[in-house]
Design a protein around this ligand. Structure first.
Ligand code: ADP
Length: 430
């Protein structure tokens, strides 16, 4: 039997023991009065404590313990400790949840938690950047109302999450998101969103590159095999044969040039960072002038302007190849009678190597893409001029490795200026 009941019974018995003699020896009503009065006092005591318990249970104050007497003291003490323990456990759990949320917020990837009806329960701040969703405004909303792309709606509705989904956004800033849905806790879902724009772009560049190389090599190969077939099948006179052989040699040279430029590009890409080897600029500029004159064959005026105040630090073959490409482009894209100017100048901000021509020029819309592999303004003209479409890609890579940048200014019909700007750290002053 609980101690409180025993205690209440004993108190009632004690009251009865005092009231009974009074009822017997004085007057029965006096005995009853004392007995009932005792019981009423006991009940008042319990009701008062009950009222205090009721008040406290509505707004438990764990900073001040409830004071009680008798049996109530133990009850109040236990309730007070229980409430305090509960609060501590809740606070610990809240802190744990806050740490988990902070960890999810710190992720570089987006995380969205969905309920069984695909409504947003939680999403981290990265999702805001990736998909424009925000927990503050979108909590509880069906995600398909916010991301309406049909492939996404089908993917989520299909319920087959063994394969991820790649969402590509082509309007505005180009972006690619890799989405994986992981079911958890029965039919709830965790959506993991990864920004794969960079790898997607690299992947596409690699695919385009392979397609471009194949295309570039296939054209001369087709011409070559066509001539070979003709020569093998029909008898041709010596003059025609000679003409065929000249054309075949031209195609073979074209393939050789492409392979040579590809090898240069790949060796620049895989080479270690350039060291501090001093490149004699006076000698290099002089060699570039002689090369330009040889390529021009007297059709252009070639001039050189050099202050001779500093040399460059870096890899000579790479710089020679970059500058050589600029010079050969200037000669190839400048009609006879034009002028090519090669300049090497130093300044407090660094130094610049420039090649200026009075050639055909380039329309402004092509300039941002000129350094892409195989990009040409006029494919036929480039081919006629013996171009591979890789020259400026080589220039860009070689300059980047030397912390230099390429500036292109051009006026269609008037001429172009290609400038390689080097920072002061790349200079070797005598
Ligand atoms: P290519 O081998 O075709 O010359 P490049 O990468 O060297 O390839 O140049 C890319 C394109 O940029 C060329 O096809 C040409 O259209 C244009 N270009 C480069 N240099 C000049 C220049 N000095 N004047 C006019 N157009 C140029």
């Amino acid at each position: 039997m609980p101690a409180q009941i025993v205690r209440a019974a004993l108190l009632a018995l004690l009251t009865a023991c005092v009231a009974a003699p009074l009822g017997v020896f004085v007057a029965p009503w006096a005995g009853w009065l004392l007995f009932c009065g005792g019981l009423i006092l006991q009940m008042a005591f319990h009701f008062r404590n009950l009222a205090r318990l009721d008040r406290w249970s509505r707004a438990p104050d764990v900073d001040a313990s409830l004071e009680g007497k008798g049996a109530w003291d133990g009850i109040f003490g236990r309730l007070y400790r229980h409430e305090k323990d509960l609060r501590r456990q809740i606070a610990d759990r809240d802190a744990e949840i806050a740490r988990i949320i902070a960890a999810i917020q710190a992720l570089n990837d987006g995380v969205i938690l969905l309920d069984p009806d695909n409504r947003i329960v939680f999403c981290n701040t990265m999702v805001e950047e990736q998909l424009g969703l925000s927990l503050r405004t979108d909590e509880g909303l069906p995600i398909v109302n916010l991301i309406r792309r049909p492939e996404f709606v089908d993917y989520l509705g299909g319920g087959d999450f063994t394969r991820p989904l790649t969402l590509r956004f082509e309007h505005g800033e180009e972006r690619a998101l890799f989405i994986v849905v992981i079911p958890y806790a029965g039919n709830r879902r965790l959506m993991h969103v990864k920004d794969v724009t960079q790898t997607d772009r690299l992947d596409r560049m690699r695919r385009d590159f392979v397609a471009n190389v194949s295309h570039e090599l296939r054209t001369p190969l087709t011409v070559l095999s066509g001539f070979l077939e003709t020569l093998g099948e029909i008898e041709v006179d010596a003059r025609t044969r000679g003409r065929y052989l000249t054309l075949m040699a031209e195609q073979a040279r074209r393939m050789e040039n492409i392979v040579q430029d590809l090898l240069t590009l790949s060796s620049i890409e895989s080479a270690p960072p350039p060291g501090d080897e001093v490149v004699d600029m006076a000698r290099l500029v002089d060699k570039l002038r002689r090369d330009a004159e040889a390529l021009s064959g007297g059709r252009h005026t070639v001039s050189v302007e050099s202050d001779g105040l500093a040399d460059l630090r870096g890899v000579e073959p790479e710089l020679a190849s970059a500058f050589g490409n600029l010079v050969s482009n200037a000669v190839r894209y400048t009609p006879a009678g034009g002028t090519i100017r090669i300049a090497w100048k130093t300044s407090p901000d660094g130094a610049e190597f420039a090649v200026e021509d009075t050639g055909i020029g380039i329309d402004a819309k092509h300039i941002p893409r000129l350094t892409e592999r195989f990009y040409r303004v006029d494919r036929g003209r480039s081919r006629e001029a013996g171009g591979t479409g890789l020259g400026l890609a080589i220039v860009k890579h070689a300059l980047n490795r030397h912390q230099a940048r390429l500036e292109i200014r051009s006026d269609p019909g008037k001429g172009s200026r290609f400038t390689a700007k080097f920072p002061p750290g790349r200079l070797a002053r005598p």
